[in-house]
Design a binder for this molecule. Structure first.
Ligand code: PEP
Ligand code: MG
Length: 884
């Protein structure tokens, strides 16, 4: 018999923290919290394997699940001294989802399950408050109808509003017990009318609740979140069924969310928010703005209100942080003066906070260097590399709110998620302004530079999701009033921001600023960041280079710690207006002499480009790739442009057109490009080699240490490489003879075709290095371009099939196999061969882990990815060590 259900309660548990794949993060931690002695309402977890079974078997459950659930309910009843579905002393439960990794706001929760027309009376009696009992019941009916039955929530909210209006009430708390009883009846009528009736039998409620959690795993918003976060669809979610404790049963009750350290800055201080007399999601939903945990001296904090409970919470915080050795995000409820811990998990944090915590936890003796570097998400690091608002710029701060997610954002105001997505799709930078956000807004938040909300605390949906995405956010700004119809935001100081107006925000300070404030580069070499990267560089084996051809990119790469240039795409050097003319003249020349003439005009530019790169990279290798793209990419496309070119070159429009057509590649990815160019037009490679060698000699003369690596693109056979290498070597010898001086250089090849990977043993006889061009190698191996793949993957994912994007992370089963093979076979014939990757995957943490396994010497990526790649390389080294 398989075990589908794991129980916990009263200081013991069948699971533990290591079982998160099976129990989900929430279930594993609920078990663990029991084991460390914290007060946790008893309950049980239905495993993720049931979810997998459910989807693999036409939405049905394993045969023995029912009995196991029954037995677990009995266990909880035993601890609580209450009975599920009992009319005199009923046990009420919550049903929540819990995947392996937390998916904030993505999955559905049902509270107060077990209430019906009879049990509500018992709850009223037991609690001594009819009002509380019927409020719980109407909340349950509303939530169950919404989450489980898929009813339109607005119908219920409308009924609630109507009732308040009819009595002239301002707030929900003005509703009396009789009002709530009536509301319960109204809700039931709504259910009848729309055919979504909440079952009276608690067991039916429970099974429907469990089914709804599993169903929500495949909801559109869960799928979107998984897609954005690369979470496989077949992981499934667990379901946690847990005894209800009530934070809304009076003024000696409360509910709260807290973090063991500040999730925005990383500061080592207990940090959180709570609401008196509130239930479950009230804090997160951002409907009321909550109060702080620690004293701020005005009597509102939990510390001042209930010092003994605050102390208990501080003890729980210390206990859990020491136990998990990581920042914890905790949820608690106080029921009539008793503290219950409902959840703990490693808290989401900004990149800045992650870095600070990692460094400080090393200083506190909690972590060693290797553990510390694993704490910072390599993908997340990106947040720290981007600009901040220029401190020197003049700013008109028009409103302030909570510093919910740090970073600078500048964009044009939009007032709904759909607009944010639509504007962003047109290339506009936008700031999304909302009263509060909900899971439906995720796509719009993702498309925005920053998010502003009028309501909600530091743990509201907007704040949590924005921090997770690295999107700057100011939440809960009471200074602003939003008119969603008019699409305006009015501030207390009298400024009105209309749709399309520029707004800036500083998420670290919680400031909303009028207009478009300039930004400046962040400093990454000092402070905690510098310290962490110091450890990173000691730990990693893989070197990190950058793909760069402009001096500006090369300098940026060096500032970010690049150890050389792994790919300089020389074609990018020909697109400037004064150069493209000579390039076109070369392409359209009728004969070799004409081509040579045009090339001679390009030579000085190329030489200067290389001298600039050598100087910046003084002492570091610079890989220069010979011209790669098909020639038609340099030619104009429209008739007027072609006419202009024809006039300039003394040709007719027809002649230019004919040549363009002759060169046109149906598929620009294939055909007459790469090493095929120098084989048909050797003079191009001659000019480029001359430029490289002359630049190297002149740079050395000027005291610069040069390490040139000349790279031949798109080869598929040794013969091709040998032909081009011969052109390079002959030209270099010529230049040496002319200058009376030699410099050391090496020649290698890109591996961009499956054929090249399969011919590695031959190519390695002639190549001093391999540069894996995984962009082309992915396209040619999969027979798909990046554009095809995007559309195909969207379609697949819409059907719930998880497929990784091979252009984001390397396709290990195809492309990866080719890379690995080429490394192994290449090294067999040429043990000194240098191996690197320079496709986009060189900056992707998951792919870097694979390249570490392959034993590559370096990865090369765009300058802004260099710190990410350094960290990812170190993390890969730690993981590789652990595997050994
Ligand atoms: C590659 O194909 O991976 C590569 C680096 O070359 P490019 O992107 O210039 O085609
Ligand atoms: Mg390529």
């Amino acid at each position: 018999m398989s075990k589908w259900v794991y129980k916990f309660g009263n200081g013991s548990a069948e699971g533990d923290a290591s079982m998160r794949n099976l129990l989900g993060g929430k279930g594993a931690n609920l078990a663990e919290m029991n084991k460390v002695g914290l007060p946790v309402p008893p309950g049980f977890t239905v495993t993720t394997e049931v979810c997998t079974y459910y989807y693999a078997n036409n939405n049905t459950y394993p045969a023995d699940l029912k009995d196991q659930v029954k037995e677990a309910v009995k266990y909880v009843e035993g601890i609580m001294g209450k009975k599920f579905a009992d009319n005199s002393n009923p046990l009420l439960v919550s049903v929540r989802s819990g995947a392996r990794v937390s998916m904030p706001g993505m999955m559905d929760t049902v509270l107060n399950l077990g209430l019906n027309d009879e049990t509500v009376k018992a709850l009223a009696k037991a609690s001594g408050s009819e009002r509380f009992a019927y409020d719980s019941y109407r909340r349950f009916l509303q939530m169950f109808s919404d989450v489980v039955l898929g009813a339109d929530l607005e119908l219920y909210e409308e009924a609630l509003e109507n009732m308040k209006k009819a009595h002239g009430y301002k707030s929900d708390t003005d509703l009396t017990a009789d009002d709530l009883k009536e509301l319960v009846n109204i809700y039931k009528e709504i259910g009848q009318k729309i055919g979504k009736v909440v079952p009276q039998d608690p067991w039916d409620q429970l099974w429907a609740g469990i089914g709804a959690v599993f169903g929500s795993w495949m909801s559109a918003r869960a799928i979107t979140y998984r897609k954005l976060n690369n979470i496989p669809g077949d992981w499934g979610t667990a379901v946690n069924v847990q005894t209800m404790v009530f934070g809304n049963a009076g003024d000696d009750c409360a509910t709260g969310v807290c973090f063991s350290r500040d999730p925005a800055t990383g500061e080592n201080r207990y940090y959180g928010e709570y609401l008196v007399n509130a239930q479950g999601e009230d804090v997160v939903a951002g409907i009321r703005t909550p109060q702080p945990m620690g004293s701020i001296g005005d009597g509102t904090s939990l510390e001042e209100r209930w010092p003994h409970l605050y102390k208990e919470l501080v003890d729980a915080r210390n206990n859990l942080e020491a136990h998990y050795k990581d920042m914890q995000d905790m949820e608690f409820t106080i029921e009539h003066g008793k503290l219950w811990m409902l959840q703990c998990r490693n808290g989401k944090r900004t990149a800045a906070a992650a870095v600070r915590m990692a460094v400080e936890m090393v200083e506190e003796g909690l972590l060693n260097h290797e553990e510390a570097i694993m704490r910072v998400g390599a993908d997340q690091l990106d947040q720290l590399l981007h600009p901040m608002l220029d401190p020197k710029a003049k700013k008109n701060v028009i409103a302030t709110g909570l510093p919910a997610s740090p970073g600078a954002a500048v964009g044009r105001a939009v007032f709904c998620a759909e607009d944010a997505e639509a504007w962003a799709a047109k290339g506009e930078k936008v700031i999304l302004i909302r009263n509060e956000t909900s899971p439906e807004d995720i796509g719009g938040m993702h498309a925005s530079q920053g998010v502003i909300t009028a309501r909600g605390g530091m743990t509201s949906h907007a704040a949590v999701v924005a921090r997770g995405m690295g999107t700057p956010c100011v939440s809960g700004s009471t200074d602003i009033t939003i008119d969603l119809k008019a699409k305006t935001m009015a501030t207390k100081c009298g400024v009105v921001i209309k749709e399309g107006d520029w707004v800036s925000l500083d998420g670290a300070k919680g400031q909303i600023i009028e207009g478009q404030i300039p930004t400046v580069q962040a400093d990454t070499n000092s402070g905690n960041f510098g310290k962490l990267m110091g450890w990173v560089d000691q730990i990693r084996r893989l070197k990190v280079r950058a793909n760069a051809e402009t001096p500006q990119d090369a300098k940026q790469a060096l500032a970010f710690g690049a150890q050389g240039i792994g790919l300089s795409r020389t074609e990018h050097m020909f697109f400037e207006p004064n150069r493209i003319a000579d390039m076109r003249a070369m392409i359209l020349a009728d004969n070799e002499a004409g081509r040579r003439e045009a090339l001679a005009r390009l030579l000085p530019y190329q030489k200067q480009d290389f001298k600039d790169l050598f100087k910046i990279m003084d002492g570091l290798p610079v890989t220069i790739r010979l011209l790669d793209p098909p020639l038609h990419e340099f030619l104009p496309h429209t008739d007027p442009e072609m006419q202009e070119l024809a006039d300039k070159l003394g040709k007719t429009l027809a002649e230019v057109k004919a040549r363009t057509n002759a060169l046109h590649e149906l598929n620009p990815m294939l055909g007459h490009r790469g090493c095929r160019l120098p084989i048909t037009y050797p003079e191009i490679a001659e000019m480029q080699t001359r430029a490289i060698i002359e630049a190297a000699i002149e740079s050395e003369d000027a005291g610069v240490k040069v390490i040139p690596e000349i790279e031949v693109p798109l080869t598929g056979s040794k013969k091709e490489l040998d032909i081009v290498k011969a052109i390079i070597d002959t030209t270099a010898e010529k230049v040496f003879a002319e200058k009376g001086k030699k410099v050391h250089y090496i020649v290698g090849t890109m591996i961009e075709l499956p054929r090249a990977a399969l011919m590695a043993e031959e190519l390695a006889q002639s190549a001093a290095f391999f540069g894996f061009g995984t962009n082309d190698l992915t396209q040619t191996t999969l027979g798909m371009s990046r554009d095809d793949t995007g559309a195909i993957l969207d379609e697949y994912r819409a059907r719930g099939i998880y497929v990784a994007d091979p252009f984001a992370s390397i396709d290990v089963e195809g492309v990866g196999k080719l890379v690995k093979r080429a490394c192994v076979e290449g090294r067999k014939v040429n043990p000194d061969i240098h191996l690197g990757v320079c496709g986009e995957h060189g900056g992707d943490p998951k792919s870097i882990e694979f390249f570490e396994e392959c034993g590559l010497d370096y990865v090369s990526c765009s300058p802004f990815r260099v710190p990410v790649a350094r960290l990812a390389a170190a993390q890969a080294a730690v993981k590789a060590k652990a595997k050994k």
